[in-house]
Design a protein around this ligand. Structure first.
Ligand code: S3P
Length: 196
């Protein structure tokens, strides 16, 4: 049976089979959470929301300005509030910020209200994808590689802890990663408009 036919059969057999109200992407900066998430949301008929953009809209300030004025701790409070607000709803494809897994309450919430996908990226891919970034506050320093390595050391176990599924994005474009993830999710998540 083709993948499309298999997915259609699943939809017809049990239209409300989704394992969670929302699909949540976690992973480090430069894993492609936003670019992959947008593509996947389209495919699964979910509303795409980027948690950082939500924080910026609610606060009326950029992430950089928030870090500058209230520090990382102030940003984390706003991030946690955004996650709680967004995950109370359903039908979202939520791209979280790289540090969202640091809070235990955030991880519990993601696990309770989402099917969580960890988009893994190695240091080389991260550096390449982030080379033109001038906005992420944690990266505006000369020792980026060291910063990313240290963040990964602390966070990698947390991404794995919260994840229902892991996708390695190394060597993949956003379109390729979204395609691959779409296939892996097809037997767990009902799709809208599966082609005949
Ligand atoms: C952060 C990642 C960023 C953003 C903020 C802090 C982090 O999001 O939330 O700059 O702590 O890793 P992205 O992972 O979308 O870049």
């Amino acid at each position: 049976m083709s993948v499309a036919a298999a997915a259609r059969a699943v939809v017809l057999a049990s239209p409300a089979m989704n394992p969670a109200p929302n699909l949540v992407l976690v992973g480090p900066m430069g894993a492609g959470k936003t670019s992959i998430g947008r593509r996947l949301a389209d495919r699964f008929g979910l509303r795409f929301v980027d948690a950082d953009h939500h924080v910026e809209r609610r606060t009326g300030a950029s992430i950089a300005a928030i870090f500058e004025h209230v520090g990382e701790a102030g940003f984390r409070e706003r991030e946690a509030a955004a996650l709680a607000e967004l995950l109370a709803g359903e039908g979202l494809l939520l791209a979280t910020g790289g540090g969202a897994v640091l809070g235990e309450a955030n991880r519990r919430l993601m696990h309770a209200r989402g099917f969580v996908v960890y988009l893994r990226a190695g240091l080389e891919s991260q550096l390449k994808r982030l080379q033109r970034d001038r906005a992420r506050p944690l990266l505006q320093r000369p020792d980026r590689e060291q910063v990313l390595r240290e963040l990964a050391r602390v966070r990698e176990p947390l991404y794995r802890e919260v994840a229902d599924l892991v996708l390695d994005t190394d060597g993949l474009t956003a379109a390729e990663a979204a395609g691959r993830l779409g296939l892996q999710l097809a037997d767990r998540w009902s799709m809208k408009g599966v082609a005949a």
